[in-house]
Write a protein that binds this ligand. Structure first.
Ligand code: ZN
Length: 324
């Protein structure tokens, strides 16, 4: 079946995936397109693997959920990369989506500054990030042009910055919301606590354009004050964080709850997984480009140990390979 075809009935054709997936949908009445993302073990593996302080984990979890929703437009190949560079305690976030559904991500932060914010009880995303910019890059391989969109991150969270991006750069009225939390699910881990994340995005496009459009379908800008869009946006705004995160609420059910009056149709879900492209060969290639002095500084007990910043995998090399 062509994955771009809507399924039958109000609930669409539902793949048998309830977690770790992106579910595209459209509303027939107002011509809106959107996606729901649900992340269970994938976001838990990424965040637990890093074991960052809780507010940093939450922020990275939000970035992972956004990246999954935005990246899912690359159906077959390519990378979508979401990256922040800011002057706050968390100065760098990178999340990489590899089509059709691989995710990895990491953060760079100042431990003392994050601890100070936690002590002060001010761990809002805007306080953690500070000022800078959010970049979104699409790389569909060597045969194509790399595309990058950049928006300022000034005292806003990631969803607000992404919203600005779609409004200004793509001229598409957009609603974006994500939620991240730790849930107690007995049996899910040693402690029973597990990270979950979820999100909803909706965009207003007329014709057959928009999120699921083929290359030949023109996207037509419609006004923010369009009656159809307003109705859909108001319905989208009623979504609660717990609905985005609830492991017992099927995403299809959530869509029906929010948009049944709009005649919502879901498309087949796009499954997500954790991936990393690090390898011994790649790390070795990286080390070979280092200056001899820098390499000498990295030697401990005759070894150079490199840990992948995305997946925390450890690579041990004999120092003799690089240092004469
Ligand atoms: Zn790795």
């Amino acid at each position: 079946m062509d994955p771009s075809e809507p399924g039958d009935g109000d609930h669409g054709t539902l793949a048998d995936v309830k977690d770790d997936m992106v579910l595209p949908f459209r509303t027939e009445r107002g011509g809106a397109r959107g996606r729901v993302v649900r992340l269970g073990s994938v976001v838990d593996e990424i965040l637990t693997g890093h074991d960052y302080p809780e507010p940093v984990s939450e922020l990275l979890g939000e970035a992972v959920a956004l990246t999954a929703m935005f990246g899912a437009s690359l159906k077959f190949e390519g990378n979508f990369i979401l990256q922040t560079e800011t002057d706050g305690p968390v100065d760098l976030l990178v999340v990489d989506f590899q089509a059709p559904g691989g995710l990895r991500g990491c953060a760079r932060f100042d431990t003392d500054k994050v601890a100070a914010l936690q002590e002060a009880g001010d761990t809002e995303p805007s306080a953690l990030l500070g000022h800078g910019h959010l970049a979104m890059t699409i790389d569909q391989g060597p045969e194509t042009d790399r595309y990058q969109g950049v928006v300022p991150l000034e005292s806003v969270d990631l969803s607000q910055a992404a919203d600005t991006y779609f409004r200004q750069s793509e001229q598409l009225p957009t609603f974006v919301r994500v939620a991240v939390a730790r849930h107690y699910l007995p049996g899910s881990s040693e402690s029973g606590w597990t990270w979950r994340a979820g999100g909803l995005m909706v965009q207003h496009v007329t014709s057959e354009g928009g999120l699921e459009a083929g290359e030949d379908d023109p996207e037509v800008m419609v006004g923010e004050d369009d009656e159809d869009w307003n109705r859909v946006r108001i319905l989208a705004e009623t979504v609660e964080d717990h609905e985005l995160l609830d492991p017992t609420l099927a995403p299809e059910r959530l869509l029906y709850r929010l948009f049944h009056e709009e005649r919502v149709r879901a498309y087949p879900a796009n499954p997500l997984s954790v991936y990393c492209k690090c390898s011994e060969e790649r790390i070795r290639g990286l080390l070979e480009r280092f200056a001899a002095d820098d390499l000498s500084d990295m030697v401990e007990d005759g070894k150079i140990i490199v840990t992948c910043e995305f997946c925390n995998r450890r690579y041990d090399f004999d120092a003799e390979l690089f240092v004469g």
